[in-house]
Design a protein. Sequence first.
Length: 152
Amino acid sequence: MRIRTVEISVGLFMLIGLLALLVLALNVSGLNLTPKQGGYKLYASFENIGGLTPRAKVSMSGVQIGEVKNIRLDPQMLMAEVEMEIFADVDYISADSSAMILTSGLLGQQYVGIVPGGDMDVLAEGDFIFNTQSALVLEDLVGKFLMNQVSE
Protein backbone atom coordinates (compact mmCIF):
# COMPACT_ATOMS: atom_id res chain seq x y z
CA MET A 1 0.00 0.00 0.00
CA ARG A 2 2.87 2.36 0.82
CA ILE A 3 4.51 1.76 -2.58
CA ARG A 4 1.26 2.66 -4.40
CA THR A 5 1.06 5.96 -2.46
CA VAL A 6 4.63 6.80 -3.46
CA GLU A 7 3.89 5.95 -7.12
CA ILE A 8 0.75 8.11 -7.15
CA SER A 9 2.54 11.06 -5.53
CA VAL A 10 5.44 10.81 -8.01
CA GLY A 11 2.91 10.70 -10.84
CA LEU A 12 1.17 13.81 -9.54
CA PHE A 13 4.47 15.68 -9.26
CA MET A 14 5.34 14.67 -12.83
CA LEU A 15 1.93 15.90 -14.04
CA ILE A 16 2.36 19.22 -12.21
CA GLY A 17 5.85 19.59 -13.70
CA LEU A 18 4.59 18.95 -17.23
CA LEU A 19 1.75 21.45 -16.78
CA ALA A 20 4.24 24.05 -15.51
CA LEU A 21 6.42 23.49 -18.58
CA LEU A 22 3.38 23.87 -20.85
CA VAL A 23 2.39 27.17 -19.21
CA LEU A 24 5.99 28.40 -19.46
CA ALA A 25 6.15 27.49 -23.16
CA LEU A 26 2.87 29.32 -23.83
CA ASN A 27 4.09 32.44 -22.02
CA VAL A 28 7.44 32.48 -23.82
CA SER A 29 5.82 32.01 -27.24
CA GLY A 30 3.51 34.97 -26.68
CA LEU A 31 0.38 32.88 -27.18
CA ASN A 32 -2.41 34.02 -24.91
CA LEU A 33 -5.19 31.64 -24.02
CA THR A 34 -7.31 34.64 -23.01
CA PRO A 35 -6.62 37.42 -25.53
CA LYS A 36 -7.51 40.98 -24.65
CA GLN A 37 -11.06 41.68 -25.72
CA GLY A 38 -11.99 44.89 -27.44
CA GLY A 39 -9.86 47.37 -29.22
CA TYR A 40 -9.90 49.10 -32.53
CA LYS A 41 -8.33 48.45 -35.91
CA LEU A 42 -5.75 50.65 -37.60
CA TYR A 43 -4.24 50.15 -41.03
CA ALA A 44 -0.88 51.01 -42.58
CA SER A 45 0.63 50.33 -46.02
CA PHE A 46 4.28 49.34 -46.43
CA GLU A 47 6.41 48.78 -49.54
CA ASN A 48 8.20 45.87 -47.87
CA ILE A 49 7.15 44.09 -44.69
CA GLY A 50 10.18 41.79 -44.52
CA GLY A 51 9.39 38.93 -42.15
CA LEU A 52 6.42 40.55 -40.38
CA THR A 53 3.74 37.99 -39.52
CA PRO A 54 0.25 38.06 -38.05
CA ARG A 55 0.24 38.10 -34.22
CA ALA A 56 3.43 40.21 -34.23
CA LYS A 57 3.35 42.90 -31.58
CA VAL A 58 2.59 46.57 -32.14
CA SER A 59 4.50 48.75 -29.73
CA MET A 60 4.99 52.37 -28.80
CA SER A 61 8.06 53.38 -26.77
CA GLY A 62 8.81 49.69 -26.20
CA VAL A 63 5.40 48.94 -24.65
CA GLN A 64 3.06 46.56 -26.47
CA ILE A 65 -0.15 48.37 -27.42
CA GLY A 66 -1.62 45.84 -29.84
CA GLU A 67 -0.89 43.14 -32.38
CA VAL A 68 -0.90 42.59 -36.12
CA LYS A 69 -4.13 40.84 -37.11
CA ASN A 70 -3.86 40.49 -40.88
CA ILE A 71 -1.52 41.25 -43.77
CA ARG A 72 -2.74 41.46 -47.34
CA LEU A 73 -1.57 42.83 -50.68
CA ASP A 74 -3.50 45.92 -51.76
CA PRO A 75 -4.34 45.32 -55.46
CA GLN A 76 -4.56 49.05 -56.31
CA MET A 77 -1.37 50.31 -54.67
CA LEU A 78 0.53 46.99 -54.90
CA MET A 79 1.73 47.47 -51.34
CA ALA A 80 1.35 45.33 -48.24
CA GLU A 81 -1.54 46.50 -46.09
CA VAL A 82 -1.13 45.66 -42.41
CA GLU A 83 -4.19 45.48 -40.17
CA MET A 84 -3.39 46.15 -36.52
CA GLU A 85 -5.66 45.74 -33.53
CA ILE A 86 -4.83 48.30 -30.87
CA PHE A 87 -5.91 47.71 -27.26
CA ALA A 88 -9.03 49.67 -26.25
CA ASP A 89 -7.28 51.53 -23.43
CA VAL A 90 -4.76 53.03 -25.88
CA ASP A 91 -7.06 55.64 -27.38
CA TYR A 92 -4.60 58.52 -27.58
CA ILE A 93 -2.50 57.80 -30.71
CA SER A 94 -2.26 61.08 -32.60
CA ALA A 95 -3.37 61.30 -36.24
CA ASP A 96 0.10 62.27 -37.50
CA SER A 97 1.86 59.29 -35.90
CA SER A 98 4.17 57.18 -38.03
CA ALA A 99 4.56 53.40 -38.21
CA MET A 100 7.71 51.48 -39.01
CA ILE A 101 8.69 47.84 -39.12
CA LEU A 102 11.45 47.19 -36.61
CA THR A 103 13.50 44.17 -35.65
CA SER A 104 14.08 43.14 -32.06
CA GLY A 105 17.80 42.57 -31.84
CA LEU A 106 20.08 42.17 -34.83
CA LEU A 107 18.29 39.30 -36.54
CA GLY A 108 15.26 38.90 -34.28
CA GLN A 109 11.53 38.95 -34.71
CA GLN A 110 9.96 41.85 -36.58
CA TYR A 111 7.22 44.03 -35.15
CA VAL A 112 5.44 47.33 -35.87
CA GLY A 113 6.66 50.33 -33.94
CA ILE A 114 4.50 53.44 -33.75
CA VAL A 115 6.16 56.81 -33.20
CA PRO A 116 3.69 59.36 -31.79
CA GLY A 117 3.17 62.67 -33.50
CA GLY A 118 2.09 66.01 -32.11
CA ASP A 119 -1.39 66.40 -33.57
CA MET A 120 -4.30 66.90 -31.18
CA ASP A 121 -6.59 64.67 -33.27
CA VAL A 122 -6.42 60.97 -32.44
CA LEU A 123 -6.78 57.87 -34.61
CA ALA A 124 -10.05 55.94 -34.42
CA GLU A 125 -11.47 52.65 -35.71
CA GLY A 126 -10.55 52.02 -39.35
CA ASP A 127 -8.10 54.93 -39.74
CA PHE A 128 -4.89 54.70 -41.78
CA ILE A 129 -1.41 55.60 -40.68
CA PHE A 130 0.01 57.25 -43.80
CA ASN A 131 3.56 57.98 -42.67
CA THR A 132 5.26 54.57 -42.80
CA GLN A 133 8.77 53.19 -43.06
CA SER A 134 9.29 49.73 -44.53
CA ALA A 135 11.38 46.93 -43.10
CA LEU A 136 15.13 47.14 -43.36
CA VAL A 137 16.24 44.19 -45.49
CA LEU A 138 19.79 43.09 -44.72
CA GLU A 139 20.36 41.68 -48.22
CA ASP A 140 19.49 45.04 -49.80
CA LEU A 141 22.01 46.82 -47.59
CA VAL A 142 24.75 44.33 -48.42
CA GLY A 143 23.94 44.61 -52.13
CA LYS A 144 24.09 48.42 -52.05
CA PHE A 145 27.36 48.32 -50.13
CA LEU A 146 28.93 45.89 -52.62
CA MET A 147 27.71 47.88 -55.62
CA ASN A 148 29.13 51.04 -54.06
CA GLN A 149 32.48 49.32 -53.52
CA VAL A 150 32.57 48.03 -57.11
CA SER A 151 31.75 51.46 -58.58
CA GLU A 152 34.70 53.04 -56.75
